[in-house]
Design a protein around this ligand. Structure first.
Ligand SMILES: [Cu+2]
Length: 444
């Protein structure tokens, strides 16, 4: 798409504390930086969660306000290296089409970006062109990039808001015809709370389903054939309205109201190594790439979702994957342990291995209660939605809690880092190697 000028917008989070000190403190006491815990007054006033919900959370020893583990209490949010008060300003001449190239370089913070009064037309993500899509706001995970075009026609200033996903602060800048101008800065919005959907146990998709009494027709269904294994098979994605998997374990399915699901049932994730690093396993993870990010579900304007992204030109490799691989994102928030498939990077974990040129469908399943921006080096993978051959090509995808995200990729020879792009999660062990062999030249 054509444009008259461009500005690179680098979002970051800065702390005066040394990262090792932040990490140590989180290890000692997760939630330390979460100063937004719910209050008894809030409970009595009927705000936030009900008592029952809160007790459910307490039983799991987790805190639903833990949307982000390092917050504005320890961080300052910067735009192009400038704090909110410094007001970095990008200039424009009214009527110009201005391309803004957003990059989230933050160590830990995810941002929600908007420019009140201006529509943003998204034209690229992770450096790859997409069909233009007009939005009012988008969420940007660590390492993601979005290019948007705006066209301010009036001779006035606009505030560029990069609000921390946990609403603990914001990065702020200005777009204006002349330096020194400002526009109103909106207040921080209400913080999001993690939901049952984030726990991968939302029942709303089951409405209208015939449960047939206690267990009913579902009783005989095999989870392995109905769950993520099936979703990971090319051309076999579950259809809307299709029965979700029957959770295993001792809890019988006694109809909707009495349904219980365990968030610790290992049979819901046979490939995951069980241990202290796995606090929860989403019993019923769903594809959430059509949903706005946490905190953006009801903001009253159009928010970008991954399913809006369609590649502008056809993808170079359109072969059907010959193999499906599930990778679980696992963690223990209490102990600040993070990993893949229950293992942190290191002694007991092994690289994921691929053959050179192999076409593989990877499904990321988030068993934790936080979103993770998962990043693969050396490749662009294609999210699996959209017209055949036009899945958006990306190097980083946010996987929502209790959610899944699938992508196809063509393995390039080498050893490639594969990790959560939140610094402290990666450092804690949410890191692995994609080992693709043979190397060029035939070496093993
Ligand atoms: Cu992470």
């Amino acid at each position: 798409m054509t444009y008259d000028r461009e500005h690179v917008i680098v979002l970051s989070d800065y702390s005066f504390m040394h990262p090792h000190l932040i990490f140590k403190r989180m290890k000692q006491q997760s939630g330390l930086f979460n100063f937004q815990k719910q209050t008894v007054a809030g409970l009595l006033a009927g705000k936030d969660q009900t008592l029952k919900e809160r007790m459910d959370w307490a039983k799991m020893r987790m805190d639903p306000t833990d949307i982000s583990d390092v917050t504005g209490a320890a961080l300052t949010f910067l735009v192009n290296g400038h704090g909110p008060g410094e007001n970095w300003t990008g200039l424009f001449t009214p009527g110009e089409r201005v391309r803004l190239r957003f990059i989230n370089t933050a160590a830990q913070m995810v941002f929600d970006v908007r420019i009140p009064g201006l529509k943003m037309t998204v034209v690229a993500s992770d450096g790859q062109n997409v069909r233009p899509v007009e939005v009012d706001e988008f969420q940007i995970g660590n390492a993601e990039t979005y290019d948007v075009i705006v066209q301010p026609t009036e001779d006035k200033a606009f505030t560029l808001v990069a609000e921390a996903v946990d609403r603990s602060g914001m990065g702020r800048a200005t777009l204006a015809p002349r330096a020194g101008m400002t526009a109103p800065v909106p207040p921080l919005r209400e913080r999001p709370l993690a939901t049952r959907r984030d726990m991968g146990m939302d029942m709303s998709s089951m409405k209208g389903m015939d449960m047939g009494g206690a267990g009913g027709a579902m009783a005989g269904m095999d989870h392995a054939a109905m769950g993520h294994d099936m979703a990971a098979m090319p051309g076999m994605a579950p259809q809307p309205g299709m029965a979700p998997p029957k959770p295993r374990g001792s809890d019988a399915m006694g109809g909707m109201a009495g349904m219980k699901m365990s968030m610790r049932d290992p049979q819901n994730a046979p490939g995951v190594t069980k241990g202290p690093g796995v606090q929860t396993i989403a019993p019923m993870p769903v594809d959430r790439t059509g949903e706005p990010g946490q905190g953006l579900a009801s903001v009253g304007h159009r928010v970008l979702v991954y399913k809006d992204l369609i590649a502008l030109t056809a993808n170079p490799d359109q072969r059907t994957p010959t193999r499906a691989l599930d990778i679980h994102l696992t963690g223990n928030m209490e102990r600040f342990m993070w990993g893949f498939d229950g293992l942190k990077f290191g002694e007991t974990s092994r690289p994921y291995t691929f053959e050179k040129g192999e076409r593989v469908r990877v499904t990321l399943i988030n068993d934790t209660m936080m979103a993770h921006p998962i990043h693969l080096h050396g490749h662009f993978f294609e999210l699996t939605h959209g017209p055949a051959g036009y899945g958006p090509r990306k190097h980083t995808v946010m996987v929502m809690p209790g959610g899944k995200a699938s992508w196809d990729f063509t393995a390039e020879p080498g050893d490639w880092a594969f990790h959560c792009h939140m610094l402290y999660h990666m450092h804690a062990g949410m890191f692995q190697v994609f080992a693709v062999r043979p190397l060029d030249g035939g070496a093993a």
